[in-house]
Ligand binder design. Sequence first.
Ligand SMILES: NC(=O)c1ccc[n+]([C@@H]2O[C@H](COP(=O)([O-])OP(=O)(O)OC[C@H]3O[C@@H](n4cnc5c(N)ncnc54)[C@H](OP(=O)(O)O)[C@@H]3O)[C@@H](O)[C@H]2O)c1
Length: 372
Amino acid sequence: MKNIILLGATGSIGTQVLDIIEQNPNEYTLKAFSFGHNIKRAKEIIEKFKPELVCSPFKEIDEINDIQTTNDLKDVVWYGSNEYYVVNALVGICGLIPTIETIKSRKVLLLANKESLVMAGELVNSLKKEYDGVIVPIDSEHSALYQLIIKNQNIKELYITASGGALRDFSREQLKSVNVNDALNHPNWKMGSKITIDSATMMNKAFEIIEAHYLFDFPIEKIHAVIDRKSKIHAFLELEDGVVYHMAENDMHLPIKYALEYPNSIDFNLSNELTTLEQLKENFKLEKLSSDRFPLIKAAEYVLNNKHFSGVIVTTANDILVDKFLKQEISFLDIEEKLFEIMNKYQNSFKDLELNIENILKVQEIIRKEIR
Ligand SMILES: NC(=O)c1ccc[n+]([C@@H]2O[C@H](COP(=O)([O-])OP(=O)(O)OC[C@H]3O[C@@H](n4cnc5c(N)ncnc54)[C@H](OP(=O)(O)O)[C@@H]3O)[C@@H](O)[C@H]2O)c1
């Protein structure tokens, strides 16, 4: 029986993790979970799964009685012994500290929150080394890469695919007047609103390139993103003698189940045959990802070439700007315009600052103030 601590239980990934726990009661038990503001859903989860500890940093937690509660996400991670698996399904920059505390507490980390690695991949990886940590990705492209990398040798290049998001057929001119509903209308996936907007701006793919760099220790020059409009494949590897790929199903339950199985593996959708890059591009109608049409893809280079606090600058600014767009306070194109402004302004600002949690929080505050 695996004991699961689920952070972000009320979200899109969190809900799918709960589906799997419910369907496999002899394999998994929900020991503790966290939520944000969705108290109605939190009460339903308590009723159904009867966990021992519940956390929310917000005032909604006061409405929960007869069960142990906490306001601090760290408490949930520290809860229990090291036989616990922590699923980090939080969205945005609030996921970082739980990622770090999970590694320090020597629990297995099943990671959906890509922002933790984008923000502080260097720090996370050095702690992972120090504490002998395990990170299993839940993000579908990275789950696919993870499975492909385990099975193959002599890997030359990594590729992930992008659908192009809800606005892929809009010209730059048309983007000037899109609204929130247009941007949330993803053609292939139903996900939380922040990642859906990140898909439309292509920031999500920039994040995924950075995530792949930190998870698999590949240089940015060897990690590529291409457009697969139908989301038929998630990822592929170029080997010395051909290409192997991972077919996609538009269902996050599969990568989540794969991660929950750790250390066992239940490979799915791996291609057995070797093909060529040209054949693969032809068969799946893969298209080049244009940085003229999707300028935010360049955020990957910015973060990986500058390292240090550059991931903190980008993720913090992006979190706030996407939130402002969702609240209709700024336009869609304001997101990228303001982001580039902040990236340029702060590129060399924090060079002398030591990279640690305290300073990450300080830099976040500076960026937050700047945008406000
Ligand atoms: N959705 C997908 O299919 C998908 C696929 C691949 C990767 N991911 C990644 O997985 C992560 C989660 O995405 P999602 O789509 O599941 O997001 P989501 O639906 O927006 O859910 C986010 C969860 O985090 C909680 N939360 C938000 N802010 C919080 C805060 N400050 N403190 C505590 N809890 C907070 C929310 O609580 P309340 O709702 O109660 O406020 C909710 O439970 C993201 O990093 C995303 O990029 C998602």
